[in-house]
Design a binder for this molecule. Structure first.
Ligand code: ADP
Ligand code: ASP
Ligand code: MG
Length: 403
């Protein structure tokens, strides 16, 4: 039995007309494959639910958050299944608890650990098309869980893994993975093949076309992913092993973030363990610290420490730092209007001078770099948010990504 997994994102099921279109796509695969469908909530629904929870409380209980936000997928799955049945195809919607899809970890950020195949398998054999809710699961105590924003991508990969699917196709609102967000830069170019490693970096550094966890899952399980549009029938992008790819470009893609904040502690009394004393309480409060730079004063007694966080964590961060009795510093300053721009590519491992070219291209456009961080296959810089589009454009040209 050849199984294919098809995942449809929020925009693809964002209206009744779009759901009708998606039903036709599903039908077109059903002659050749046993089809398993994963659906996101209709676009905007999850955000609406989250906003409602915030109106109740800024610290809405995590358990209730998962019950609330997972509701969006119930709506889209039933509509899609209903449409398939209307055009004469046997179909049924499945919520995670009905399968079940078991997760581990904290509410809001759980990970799928196991999927019980038996009921869905029986249904597939009977000729039906299951429409499975993405983004949700249940834990060992039968609580409803969710797996992080954009998590339906991960649901699809894990279903492909457990059902040993022959193919996994992610349908979205763009034609594939581009050199940079095509909605931000017109000259962005569709990438034919991209390695798991590069896609993982791009996703983690802000390219939301794929959820980062889903790429980790795909890489671990060696699952090839096809990303394509549900609006036009064109070849998309294949995410696969590095070995399968011939690419002569140094840089594959450019990513950016849009809601970072920079925090600087001036005149911190220096001693061994000071960085740990600052960051431990932040990590205990689930605040993700990203870029860090530390400068030592000439007498070695004081240090200035700069780090970046997500802007929605800024108020909490200020409070925690001000309450921290284990550190002494003169002043804390912030900048809410910073963004991280990153260039990603396995080609930089073997090509010298990439860092210099990046910095020079930004300097030519008078873009000031505030913080830098690098890994083997990426270079990130923190700049003013207002300069992001200009920076992406300059780097896109510098590294020949239009071609
Ligand atoms: P879905 O609802 O289908 O999961 P998302 O909104 O999560 O879709 O992801 C698709 C969006 O990702 C696109 O509309 C695009 O604006 C954005 N995006 C960011 N970076 C890229 C990139 N490098 N290639 C393609 N799309 C990108
Ligand atoms: N509906 C969820 C979200 O908006 C999951 C997804 O779309 O993948 O984050
Ligand atoms: Mg998505």
């Amino acid at each position: 039995m050849k199984i294919i997994v098809l995942k449809f994102g929020g925009t693809s099921v964002g209206s009744i007309d779009r759901i009708k279109r998606v039903a036709k796509i599903i039908k077109s695969y059903s002659k050749k494959y046993k089809v398993i469908v994963l659906s996101s909530a209709m676009s905007g629904t999850t955000n609406k639910l989250i906003n409602m929870s915030r109106k109740i409380s800024k610290s809405f209980p995590d358990h209730e958050y998962d019950t609330l936000v997972s509701a969006g997928e119930q709506i889209s799955c039933s509509l899609l299944s209903g449409q398939l049945q209307t055009i004469g195809i046997k179909s049924k919607s499945w919520m995670a608890w009905q399968i079940p899809i078991l997760t581990e970890g904290k509410h809001k950020y759980s990970r799928i650990k196991f999927i019980n195949k038996s009921k869905v398998m029986k249904y597939l054999r009977s000729g039906g098309i299951p429409i499975i809710a993405g983004f949700q699961g249940i834990d060992k105590n039968l609580n409803i869980t969710t797996i992080g924003r954009g998590g339906s991508d991960s649901s699809a990969i894990m279903v492909a893994k457990f059902f040993k699917a022959e193919r996994c196709v992610i349908y979205t609102d763009v034609e594939g993975v581009y050199s940079t967000d095509p909605n931000k830069l017109n000259s962005a170019k569709k990438i034919k093949n991209i390695s798991y490693e590069e896609m993982l970096e791009m996703a983690s550094l802000g390219s939301k076309v794929m959820q980062a966890h889903s790429i980790q899952d795909a890489r671990l399980n060696r699952i090839d992913i096809e990303v394509k549009s549900s609006f036009v029938n064109k070849i998309g992008t294949l995410i696969t092993k590095r070995k399968n790819i011939i690419n002569n470009k140094i840089i594959t893609g450019i990513s950016s973030t849009d809601n970072d904040s920079k925090v600087t502690l001036l005149g911190v009394k220096d001693r061994p363990g000071i960085a740990a004393a600052i960051f431990k309480p932040l990590s205990e409060n689930s605040i993700n610290v990203d870029m860090v730079v530390q400068n030592i004063s000439s007498d070695g007694k004081e240090t200035d420490l700069t780090f970046t966080i997500k802007s929605f964590d800024l108020a909490k961060t200020k409070k925690i730092i001000n309450k921290n009795k284990n550190i002494i510093f003169k002043r804390m300053i912030f900048d809410k209007n910073v963004s991280k721009v990153s260039i990603i590519g396995v080609g930089m491992v073997t090509t010298p001078g990439v860092t210099f070219r990046m910095f020079q291209a930004l300097a030519k456009k008078k873009i000031n770099i505030e913080v830098i961080s690098t890994s083997e296959i990426k270079i990130s810089v923190l700049i003013k948010s207002t300069k992001v589009t200009k920076a992406i454009k300059a780097l896109h040209t510098e590294f020949d990504l239009e071609k």
